[in-house]
Each structure stands twice: as structure tokens, then as C-alpha cells.
Ligand binder design. Structure first.
Ligand code: FAD
Length: 291
């Protein structure tokens, strides 16, 4: 007979060090909980101890001395959606847009950035945005602190490179550049209903003298992990983003995607939607660069 999800213990550590120590001491039966919106739905049976990281002071957003942004792991989607330092500010803005598209207001009030990155979902909205913004994930583990480039975090569906006793403490985003803007777009099965993405994209472009100098195109729900469409992004460099160029970039991104058939959509529909979403997101971002 299976035990079902019934962790016997709950711990509310007061510091990151204490949280890590609890994870180390308890071993594989211990797991981190933040907002609980994912964990309490999945209800993994093997968990014996829940280590709550929501009271460790990881809920701050700070502009760093060198112009970057440090977003604490326990900042909620609701907070990101409305933060005036983030909304519409170069590459940071995609985080707010993605946060606004995550679940319902109730979910957004609990769902955290750290939880969204750590659950390893290929469809995780904030993960796709952090990927486009070229973020680094700061973690704390037993005797180590790591800064992991976001593209190295994901390993496969539900899998990351985090060690079992490692906690995400923050995400660092680079300084927004002059002439830079982004956009996040998400397609779900019923656009008004609660559902994770069928396809999503976050793009960041930087324009100089009418040409694209830099682009990053991230895709969600079309591979085993959130992914970058690197060929589509390179194609844009040095070009004016005309209707034809953004259409071609969308088509290249669609070829780079590695979607599967599942209950949300067929692989072929997803591929077609990558082309549409990437084109539209590039048009929006380009318009914002010029505004
Ligand atoms: C109705 C509903 C709708 C949803 N819609 C969306 C959606 O549209 N888009 C989307 O992306 N997601 C969606 N989700 C999934 C979920 O809300 C998000 O992924 C959320 O960001 C998870 O954050 P959390 O704080 O609730 O994580 P938790 O549930 O607390 O944890 C999730 C996982 O991450 C680990 N974890 C959490 N924090 C840390 C940390 N700091 N360090 C290390 N590990 C950590 C936990 O151990 C657990 O394995 C939805 C969920 C529900 C219930």
C-alpha cells in the first residue's frame, strides 16, 4: 500500500544556511516548498520533510550597483507583474509580462520565481522570460554558492542541474541597454481559462541605427526544456526588422523547435504556432524599441 502525500514534518528555517542544513541532514526525503502551487498539486509521495523557504528574506527586488537587477527567489508572480522597476524596462520587462500571463490572480499571489525555475517545466512562463533576458540563477548549497547561466539550469522535463540540497536564492538580470525591448506571448488551449502554455515565447531585441544589434528568442513548451532559438536570433543580427525578416525569423525558430504531440496540441500545430508567436513578439518588441 502506498503512503500517499503526507509529509510528517514541516520546517520553517530562519536563514538560508539553516534551510540548506536541514536538506543536507535529512537527505532525499526532504524537499523545498515556496508558494506550494506546484508541489501541492504534484504531491510527491517520497517527501517526508517540507523545508519552507518563504521566510528567508528572499522576496526582495533590488537594482544592483552595476545596473543589473537581483530578484529574490521568493518574489511572487503578482509582485513581478506590477513592479514599476521591471515593467517595460528593456530585457527586464519580459519578466513582468510573463508573470502577468501565469495562472490566475490567486495562483500569482503564491507562485514564486524560484519555484517556477526549479520545477523544471518546459512550459514555465518565468523560466522562458529569464532565458530571453539572459539571467543567471544564484543558488546556495552545502558550502557552495553558484551563479548558473539560465541555459545551463534545465536538463529535461522536470529536471534541473540543482543538487537535492541546493536552494535557488535569486535571479540576476543584466542591465537594460539603450534601444532594447522585449515581449512575451503565450498560447494556451482556451485563452481565458487556466492552463499552462501550449507554446510560449519571450524575445529581447536591441536596436541601433535602425538595425538589430542583438536578439534572444526563448521558446516554451516546444522541447524537453525551455529553449533558445539561436539560429533565428543570429539571423536577425545586422538586419532591419521588416515584415519579411521577422516572418523568416519565426520560420527558422519553428524549425529549431523540438515539440511533441500531447494532450494540449500536436507537434505540427506547435511548430506552426512558434512561427506565428515569434513573428508577433518580434514585431511588438521592435515597436517598443522605436517608441
Ligand atoms: C491552477 C494553476 C495554474 C498554473 N498556471 C501556470 C502557468 O500559467 N504558468 C506557469 O509557468 N506555471 C503555472 N502553474 C505552476 C506553478 O504555479 C508555477 O510553476 C509556480 O511558479 C511555482 O512556484 P511555487 O513557489 O508555487 O513553487 P512550489 O510549488 O513551492 O515548488 C515547486 C518546485 O520547486 C522547488 N522549489 C521551490 N522554490 C525553490 C527554491 N527557492 N529553491 C529550490 N527549489 C525550489 C520545490 O521543491 C518544488 O519541487 C500553475 C499552477 C496551478 C496550480
Amino acid at each position: 500500500m502506498t503512503r500517499g502525500f503526507a509529509p510528517e514534518e514541516y520546517a520553517a528555517p530562519q536563514s538560508v544556511e539553516e534551510a540548506v542544513r536541514l536538506l543536507v541532514d535529512h537527505g532525499p526525503g526532504a524537499g523545498v516548498i515556496a508558494g506550494g502551487t506546484d508541489l501541492l498539486v504534484r504531491r510527491p509521495e517520497e517527501l517526508e520533510l517540507l523545508v519552507d523557504v518563504s521566510r528567508l528574506g528572499l522576496d526582495g527586488v533590488e537594482e544592483e550597483e552595476r545596473g543589473g537587477l537581483r530578484v529574490g527567489a521568493c518574489v511572487t508572480a503578482a509582485a513581478l507583474e506590477e513592479d514599476v522597476r521591471v515593467v517595460g524596462r528593456g530585457c527586464w520587462g519580459v519578466l513582468s509580462e510573463a508573470a502577468a500571463a501565469l495562472g490566475t490572480p490567486t495562483v500569482r499571489n503564491r507562485a514564486t520565481l524560484g519555484g517556477n525555475l526549479s520545477n523544471g517545466s518546459p512550459a514555465a512562463d518565468l523560466a522562458v522570460a529569464v532565458l530571453a533576458a539572459e539571467g543567471k540563477v544564484e543558488t546556495a548549497g552545502s558550502g557552495i554558492r553558484r551563479f548558473i547561466p539560465i541555459e545551463k539550469l534545465f536538463r529535461g522535463p522536470g529536471q534541473t542541474c540543482l543538487h537535492p540540497d541546493e536552494i535557488v536564492v535569486a535571479v540576476h538580470l543584466p542591465p537594460p541597454q539603450v534601444g532594447e525591448a522585449g515581449a512575451f506571448l503565450k498560447l494556451r488551449r482556451h485563452q481565458t481559462a487556466v492552463d499552462i502554455a501550449t507554446v510560449s515565447t519571450a524575445v529581447v531585441v536591441r536596436m541601433e541605427g535602425g538595425e538589430c544589434r542583438h536578439a534572444r528568442i526563448a521558446l516554451g513548451a516546444v522541447a524537453g526544456t525551455p529553449m533558445l532559438a539561436t539560429e533565428a536570433a543570429s539571423f536577425l543580427t545586422g538586419k532591419e526588422l521588416t515584415a519579411d525578416v521577422v516572418r523568416q525569423a519565426g520560420e527558422i525558430a519553428a524549425r529549431e523547435a523540438r515539440p511533441i504531440d500531447d494532450i494540449r496540441a500536436s507537434a505540427s500545430y506547435r511548430r506552426q504556432m512558434v512561427a506565428v508567436l515569434v513573428r508577433r513578439a518580434l514585431e511588438t518588441a521592435w515597436g517598443r524599441c522605436r517608441a
